[in-house]
Write a protein of this length. Structure first.
Length: 164
């Protein structure tokens, strides 16, 4: 893996997140927090989970050990979540822009939130984070579609077509 490829993947991640967040901006706060039949229960919890995962992994990549998850109560409204997401988006973009091929292909050691030590190659975990987000963006997209606010296609190939 090289920096050009990971940067493209993270541009896609940002683009897909934006498509979801733009659609969420159209729902009411009641819809934002209303229960749905998905693993994270509702839009707020699903998006909080995506945001937490991106923040957690970026923190680990930067040598910080985070344990406490973000909670949905931390974001009573979509605007609260969107504001925090904007901060994380900038920090994640800066981190990705700072990478070298050497760093990307190096071993990365971290501990889980339960304190279990692991080691992976950095690019592998970075791809995992995008893949993880894809799963949960799909869940958010399904909820949004049920609410009449589909985000449209969020596939990588659609992003690539829009870029060319």
């Amino acid at each position: 893996m090289n920096t050009k490829d990971i940067q493209l993947l993270y541009k896609y991640n940002s683009w897909a997140n934006s498509r979801i967040l733009n659609a969420v901006a159209k729902v009411t706060n009641e819809q934002f927090i209303s229960s749905a039949l998905y693993p994270h229960n509702d839009l707020r919890q699903t998006l909080t989970h995506i945001l937490f995962a991106e923040w957690l992994w970026r923190s680990r990549w930067m040598g910080q050990s985070q344990m406490a998850p973000f909670l949905e109560k931390d974001f009573p409204t979509f605007k609260d979540l969107q504001s925090r997401w904007s901060v994380e988006e900038r920090a994640l973009s800066e981190f990705v822009a700072s990478l070298t091929d050497e760093k990307l292909n190096s071993a990365f050691q971290y501990k889980t939130t339960k304190g279990v030590a692991h080691e992976n190659i950095l690019w592998q975990i970075m791809v995992h984070v995008v893949n993880h987000g894809t799963q949960h963006r799909g869940e958010a997209a399904a909820i949004l579609t049920e609410l009449g606010h589909s985000p449209g296609d969020i596939d990588l190939v659609i992003f690539l077509r829009e870029q060319s």
